[in-house]
Write a new protein. Structure first.
Ligand code: LMR
Length: 399
């Protein structure tokens, strides 16, 4: 009966991570998937999360079902951390927010919504974008196109070309944008560029879908959400997916949110109820534990302050690894430009390494990057920095 089912060739990120875990090399370094490792190479359990878990355990509450849209305190916390305390749209109850299965779950739920209510609309994603963006939207039968973004020659953003493309899109097209720590390039728009994008969205009647997976890893929790707040202040209707996988180090708990900014409370209520229906069709209701952890931390002033400081420390560690790698590569290969490592933001750097160089790093040194050349800076630490820099210098050195 299942003879016609072909094997899935695998995912460029998740399958590579599995390969890494199985790899027999004595010395190996994972710089592929977006996981934040601490200075000892471990995935941290944040103290704020540990404290929240202790409080939740002490309450001994039953493991009941959450409603389809998720936990109310979690959803309120999402609105505060994503949109800020002063957001008019939140105050006017114009934002429909659901708890989702991580950022991916939010993107997929949003995609199903788009397909149902905007069946003729396509979505435009940056070139390049997170590999799974295309897969998620195409999987919901939405046409996916790309707009220019990365400029290999200058290691910058092709902003004029990006804007020129957006200016040609039909009204009601969706545009996927990342407000901070762009995955995979680490290159973010400036505020001035965001203002131009927002004006274009309004002038052309485009609908932004903002995907924020790394809030706090760029310049700070509020700074990283600036574009979302500017968009909301400008009165644009848009969707936001956000993830707590990285900034809470809660990857496996699948904690995320989907928010839809509407023009009235009634519109937001209708959107929310249709999203509830979408959840019921797919998995009934989201899981409880991660949402309890996040809501506990974000809803308590003391735990929030502790978490904020932990996020700041993660951000600082990533930045110091960027500088460390840049310095070592500059020393090893004088005359070559490595400043992009410190200019890019967030967990990832787009190194410009070609696929055969990435393969050589993996096969000869056990250093795993994505074949696109994306390197997860958060996998570096004082114990592997020299080794990785030497390995990179060796594959980059002229033969
Ligand atoms: C990544 O880009 O490595 C992360 O977002 C993890 C994932 O699911 O791909």
């Amino acid at each position: 009966m299942f003879h016609h089912v072909n094997a899935y060739p695998g995912d460029p990120i998740l399958s590579l991570f599995q390969d890494f875990q199985r790899a027999p090399q004595a010395r190996k370094v994972n710089l592929s998937i977006g996981l934040f490792y601490d200075e000892n190479g471990a995935i941290p359990v944040l103290e704020s999360v540990r404290n929240a878990a202790a409080r939740i355990a002490a309450q001994g509450a039953p493991h009941t079902y959450l409603p389809m849209e998720g936990s109310a305190p979690f959803r309120e916390a999402v609105q505060r951390v994503v949109f800020g305390e002063a957001c008019a749209a939140v105050r006017e109850r114009r934002v429909a927010t659901l708890q989702t299965l991580g950022g991916s779950g939010a993107l997929r739920l949003g995609a199903e919504f788009i397909k149902r209510y905007f069946p003729d609309s396509a979505i435009w994603i940056s070139d390049p974008s997170w590999d799974n963006h295309r897969v998620l939207f195409a999987g919901a039968q939405i046409e996916v196109h790309s707009y220019p973004y990365y400029d290999a020659a200058s290691n910058g953003i092709r902003f004029d070309a990006m804007l020129a493309t957006l200016e040609t899109l039909p009204a009601r097209s969706f545009v996927l944008l990342q407000p901070c720590c762009h995955n995979p390039t680490g290159l973010d728009l400036t505020r001035e560029q965001w203002r131009a994008v927002i004006a274009c969205m309004q002038a052309r009647g485009l609908i932004p879908f903002i995907d924020m997976a790394y809030q706090g890893f760029g310049d700070g929790l509020d700074d990283d959400a600036w574009a979302i707040r500017a968009m909301s202040d400008a009165g644009v209707a848009f969707l936001v997916s956000n993830s707590f996988s990285k900034n809470f180090s809660l990857y496996g708990e699948r904690c995320g949110g989907l928010s839809v900014v509407c023009s009235s409370e009634q519109e937001a209520t209708h959107v929310l109820t249709q999203m509830q229906a979408g959840v019921r069709r797919a998995y009934s209701s989201p899981p409880l534990f991660g949402a309890q952890l996040v809501a506990q931390v974000l809803g308590d002033a003391q735990l929030y302050a502790q978490w904020d400081a932990e996020v700041a420390a993660m951000r600082a560690r990533i930045k110091s690894m960027r500088t460390g790698l840049r310095d070592r590569l500059r020393d090893a290969l004088p005359g070559r430009a490595f400043d992009y490592l410190v200019e890019q933001r967030g967990m990832f750097s787009y190194t410009g390494l070609r696929a055969h160089e990435v393969d050589a790093l993996r096969e000869r040194f056990g250093v795993y990057l994505l074949r696109s050349g994306r390197l997860c800076v958060a996998g570096l630490n004082a114990g592997n920095l020299d080794y990785v820099a030497e390995a990179m210098a060796s594959v980059l050195a002229p033969q």
